[in-house]
Design a binder for this molecule. Structure first.
Ligand SMILES: [Fe+2]
Length: 278
């Protein structure tokens, strides 16, 4: 093996080369897939970077079928001058799962850090391991979450969709429960451009605060939560079926440039909650 593996806390693994000049493409994909299945997040650091977006998406094809968006395969996450949506802003992004508004939900999110923010500028990508959160939750909390369904509507450049999901549901391909939750944005964490419209049904209005608070506590608990601080050249493969993810805010005009590709599961997973999609 041309790489070494260390555990990240509280979940995930860091994969680094044993010697110089190893390319990401040189790593055995089935070994990485095994690490991914066991740990839900694989961060590759210190390998030779991709020269351009096409090389990156070509690499992602080795993980499975790449999901095609109106913009193509690679989403370029760079802060924009006057962003029409929070994904192109420098704001924090609450926890969610990708593909929730799309016909298919990808299993793999693959990120490539073209340029990292400077130390202290923020912009970590955040991940919550929902299988761990469920295992450590109290029975009262689980009982409450089981009653609730989230209803989400979001209109942005690439779609205008409505989708719903029970808070607790089954992993599409494994016999394990996961949390699907689009976290409401918190005004206390600053501005947020183009928020989705969220509704949570199944609990009384007077229980809603407790509901959101208990999920926030569980999902951001240090035992379930990992925030990836980017270094230029990092590649992170994250399990979009069992993790939720978001972003910490970053200093405006930081040199933060992340590319992201969605890879479908085999067989692809059709979004069970999509009510309308344009
Ligand atoms: Fe996302």
């Amino acid at each position: 093996m041309n790489f070494k593996v260390t555990n990240l806390k509280p979940f995930g693994v860091l994969v680094e080369p044993k010697n110089d000049k190893v390319k990401v493409q040189d790593l055995d994909i089935e070994s990485l897939r095994h690490l991914f299945r066991m740990n839900q997040l694989v961060a590759l650091r210190g390998f030779e970077a991709f020269e351009n977006a096409d090389h990156f998406s070509d690499y992602c094809e080795s993980w499975g079928e790449v999901s095609l968006w109106p913009f193509g395969k690679v989403l370029e996450l760079v802060e924009q001058e006057n962003p029409q949506d929070h994904i192109f802003d420098n704001s924090y992004v609450p926890l969610h799962w990708d593909g929730m508004y799309r016909p298919q939900i990808p299993e793999y999110q693959i990120f490539h850090c073209v340029k990292a923010p400077l130390p202290g500028q923020g912009g970590k990508t955040t991940f919550s391991n929902t299988t761990l959160a469920l295992q450590s939750a109290s029975s009262e909390a689980r009982e409450m979450w089981t009653k609730v369904t989230g209803v989400y509507e979001r209109k942005m450049e690439f779609y205008n969709s409505k989708t719903l999901s029970p808070i607790i549901t089954k992993h599409p391909h494994r016999d394990v429960s996961v949390i699907r939750y689009g976290e409401p944005h918190s005004a206390a964490k600053g501005h947020f451009v183009n928020p989705p419209v969220l509704e949570f049904t199944g609990v009384d209005d007077n229980e809603l605060n407790d509901f959101h608070h208990s999920l926030e506590e569980a999902l951001y608990a240090p035992d379930n939560f990992y925030a990836h601080e980017w270094q230029t050249g990092d590649v992170v493969v994250a399990d979009n079926f069992s993790l939720l993810h978001g972003r910490e805010r970053f200093v405006s005009k930081s040199p933060r440039h992340i590319q992201r590709v969605h890879v479908l599961s085999d067989p692809p997973f059709s979004n069970p909650g999509l009510e309308s999609y344009q």
